[in-house]
Design a protein around this ligand. Sequence first.
Ligand code: HEC
Ligand code: HEC
Length: 257
Amino acid sequence: MYLSETPMMTKISPLLAALCLGLATPALASDTKTSAPTLEWDSAELEQALAHVAQGNPEEGQRLHHYLYCSACHGTDGNSPSRNWPSLTGQKPDYVMKTLLDYKQNMRRDHYRKANLMTQVAQLLDTRQMADLAAFYARQPAPVVPPQTNHKLAKQGARLAQQGDDKRGIAACSGCHGEKGESGITPDTPALAGQTPEYFIQSMKMYKSGMRTSDVGGVMRMFAQPLKDSEIVALAHYYASLGNAQASARLAQTEAR
Ligand code: HEC
Ligand code: HEC
């Protein structure tokens, strides 16, 4: 065990209780900064930071996921129960580890202030715990197809995702995120299959406006730039539709009972 139960509980409970009730903690309420962060990774630093991922223990990650109330927002198994929070099941461990480091280092601030919430949460984690959590999420299958997925819009997004648009310098998303959004080209490229459209859209808008600078070398900022809002929405529904269909069917059956 890496944490002593009592100090951690007293440290985290007021924060999470407030967050879960939808109230801002004093720290969040007074935090009105909206300017873009300036901190950015260089590839060598990132590689070094991600060396811990290999040691991640999924059992310990599962315990932490519940113990630290990650489950309250991201779902019992990391499959988000709400359109407001991203799903984490099936996410690539290197990406999760990098992202938790991003939050901890304040690289993912945004004007919706949702990222600020995770920035506070990540302060409580050390790199070993991050690696354990990452191993737990990676072990689960991709998230279910979110209920709000619009399959008509999904069809519109498919072409752009698979072929990109040469004229506007947009590479095929699938070239990096995988044919089925399962991720691919590098371990820190996130899976997108089954992600909630709201979170996807928000992320793309953050890249487009330059608010989210966590993408090494600015790749996502570059591809998001020429996209119209309607295209971002179609892409979001396309990737949502690639969620785990079998798990979705099982869920529908259980709910029908
Ligand atoms: C009160 C709700 C809440 C709690 C508790 C919470 N999260 Fe989050 N989490 C969010 C929200 C909202 C986002 C999206 C923030 C953004 O827009 O950057 C997020 C984003 C993330 C991401 C990034 C997802 C991605 O695809 O980039 C990771 C990883 C994550 N959370 C892990 C955790 C872990 C681990 C814990 C527990 C230690 C936790 N979260 C606790 C709400 C929560
Ligand atoms: C050259 C490779 C590459 C291409 C092409 C690419 N991406 Fe990405 N994408 C990445 C990487 C790497 C990240 C992680 C960046 C970070 O850590 O913020 C990312 C992050 C994202 C995220 C944020 C996911 C999350 O969980 O927060 C979304 C959404 C996304 N990409 C969508 C797209 C779409 C849509 C396209 C096509 C228009 C695309 N990407 C093309 C490499 C790529």
